[in-house]
Design a binder for this molecule. Structure first.
Ligand code: FAD
Ligand code: NAP
Length: 539
């Protein structure tokens, strides 16, 4: 049995959330240990090394806002930076803020248990940490889904998952590649792999909406212009619903004339990216308004894809635009005009099995392949939170507590789990937002809470059951006022069979959510039960 190491706080995960927590909370005087399962920092940008991987929130916004010096010195090369550049950025942050000395790599946390003295955190290698606080910075998209195709072991070729891509270069030259999945990952990798591969077969179950990235290099003049007004840009992001810096028009899509609407959609199409949903305020609220946006996007697909029958197959239907996470692509639909790209409609003819030569579909077709790439997604939001056994105050595990779906207060804390905090997880605007902004919002709030606890000699804090129940009901009520519940999507927990069907993120937007956080603080941390320290009790 190894000797336990003592710190004030264990942070699980060294993605953008864990790094920001380490930097900020260490600056506030806490001793912090970050435990990371992977062999490097950067979280999703460490793991997702597939060809074409890049951000879909503009680089200037998808970056830390806490340090003006960092903002000014870092030079993004493209409007939407590619994975290697974002990973370099994460590594630069680690170096610049001297974070590495408190980050422990190859340390997968397998359990965290609460007792009167705090938390005991254990890793796969049986290292044990004692800490007063635990911060779960394990990410929303960090538990890749294992492919569930019979016979995969028999496949004679190479197999990769987008979220576990090898560090060494993978060559597709001349090979027959099958890409399974048409979410953001599949849509990003298809055109890039197609440039090299002999043939690409895209296995599509559900066609998805996508907005063109209109990615471009950033000139020195553009860079200087952004950096001259970066504060204003950050403020605009913080005050916008999705953290992207722009507001929806106050007009309904239904009230605009067809010509006005076309012009608005066209502008959103070329400039908004992921924020296309904000072209009108009611696109996610009103089915008729949504239909107009969906028709606009389908018409664009029709324009892009030369074969009209193929274009039809690529068109999403049957769920409102935006309610299943749309992608932001660089030439996905156009890739189908190439001779070496074909679509396999597995809604029509599902995959039956893998065989040594490839994949067999229900129409008895063998799709001969040298490489299979899984772009089949993640156990979203709860996968990594529930993987370790987290045992709370009364011996209840988080998995038991969340058997009907995530129960949190403000997405930040869980009743029965004192001094345990979750960053950018379920119950927060994360994944409907610029997630980096949501992460920083959480860390700043947490730092202030810990300062308050220190000043007030408070030993532990946890949400009251009442506050938690109200928050869960509020998250649901807000979602029920939108079109989101209509889709089969990971937002609703539809990504994994048997997962409770609960809408997980908070649709109130980062601005509305920030106001709620501020109200909570103004109310003396309303909804949080606080236990004084022994000395405070005795005094
Ligand atoms: P992660 O980056 O997922 O980091 C969590 C870390 O925790 C991982 O390194 C993981 O190994 C570690 N971990 C998990 N469980 C354990 C454990 N038990 N023990 C130890 N370590 C553990 N969001 C946007 O807003 N804009 C984008 O453009 C964008 N692009 C994305 C592209 C891809 C390919 C993916 C997958 C996601 C993207 N996201 C994007 C969402 C992304 O999840 C967030 O933006 C953000 O990077 C999350 O940071 P995080 O630190 O919370 O989580
Ligand atoms: P995803 O959006 O969940 O898409 C998974 C795809 O795989 C879907 O098309 C799904 O089909 C399909 N699929 C899943 N299981 C399957 C099976 N057993 N057989 C056949 N098809 C199957 O996952 P993702 O594309 O990895 O993206 C996840 C999230 O990560 C994104 O929404 C985004 O938030 C983030 N991301 C962002 C970027 C970016 O642009 N910056 C890039 C990648 C990822 P169904 O729809 O029918 O289930």
């Amino acid at each position: 049995m190894k000797t336990a190491q003592n710190v004030d706080m264990v942070v699980v995960g060294a993605g953008f959330a864990g790094l920001r927590a380490l930097h900020t909370l260490r600056e506030r005087g806490l001793s912090v240990a970050v435990l990371e399962a992977g062999g490097g920092v950067g979280g999703v940008w460490y793991w997702n090394r597939y060809p074409g991987c890049r951000c879909d929130v503009e680089s200037y916004d998808y970056s830390y806002a806490f340090s003006e010096a960092l903002e000014q010195e870092w030079r993004w090369s493209e409007r939407y930076a590619a994975q290697p550049e974002i990973l370099r950025y994460a590594e630069h942050v680690v170096e610049r803020f001297d974070l590495a000395r408190d980050i422990h790599l190859h340390q997968r946390v397998v359990s965290a248990s609460h007792d009167d003295g705090g938390w005991t955190v254990t890793t796969e290698s049986a290292d044990t940490w004692r800490a007063r606080f635990v911060v779960m910075a394990v990410g929303q998209l960090s538990a890749p889904k294992a492919p569930d195709i019979p016979g995969l072991d028999a496949f004679a070729g190479e197999m990769y998952h987008g979220a576990r891509f090898p560090h060494e270069a993978v060559t597709f030259a001349g090979k027959r590649v099958g890409i399974i999945g048409t979410g953001s990952t599949g849509m990003q990798m298809t055109p890039v792999v197609a440039e090299e591969a002999g043939h690409v077969a895209v296995f599509q179950r559900t066609p998805n909406f996508s907005i063109p990235a209109c990615n471009a290099p950033i000139s020195d003049d553009e860079d200087a212009a952004v950096k001259a007004t970066y504060r204003e840009r950050r403020q605009a992001a913080q005050n916008s619903p999705s953290g992207l810096g722009f507001m929806p028009t106050k007009q309904s899509a239904l009230d605009a004339t067809p010509a006005e609407r076309e012009a608005t959609f066209e502008r959103a199409w070329t400039t908004f990216g992921f924020g296309f949903t904000l072209a009108y305020y009611d696109l996610i609220l009103d089915q008729a308004a949504n239909d107009l946006a969906a028709d606009f996007i389908r018409a664009k697909i029709r324009e892009k894809v030369e074969d009209p029958l193929l274009a039809e197959k690529l068109m999403p239907r049957g769920f409102p635009y935006g309610t299943k996470r749309p992608s932001v692509d660089c030439g996905y639909f156009e890739a189908f005009n190439r001779d070496n790209v074909s679509l396999v409609d597995i809604r029509e003819h599902p995959i039956v099995e893998a065989v040594p030569q490839g994949i067999v579909t229900a129409d008895s077709q063998l799709h001969a392949l040298d490489v299979i790439v899984f772009a089949t997604g993640f156990d979203v939001f709860t996968g990594s939170l529930l993987a370790p056994t987290i045992t709370g105050r009364d011996g209840q595990t988080l998995r038991e507590k969340w058997s009907q779906g995530p129960q949190t207060y403000l997405g930040l804390g869980v009743h029965g789990f004192p001094n345990l905090f979750i960053l950018a997880g379920p119950g927060s605007p994360s994944l409907l937002s610029n997630v980096l902004l949501s992460i920083e919002q959480h860390v700043d709030w947490l730092a202030d809470l810990l300062g308050y606890m220190h000043a007030g000699r408070i030993a532990s804090v946890e949400p009251t059951l009442e506050a938690e129940r109200e928050w869960v009901a509020h998250v649901k009520a807000r979602a029920d006022g939108t079109l989101y519940p209509k889709a089969i999507s990971y937002y609703n927990g539809d990504d994994v069979p048997g997962k409770p069907r609960v809408f997980m993120p908070y649709v109130g937007g980062v601005r509305g959510y920030r106001r709620l956080l501020e109200e909570c603080v103004a109310g003396g941390y309303a909804g949080w039960a606080m236990q004084p320290t022994a000395t405070a009790k005795a005094a």
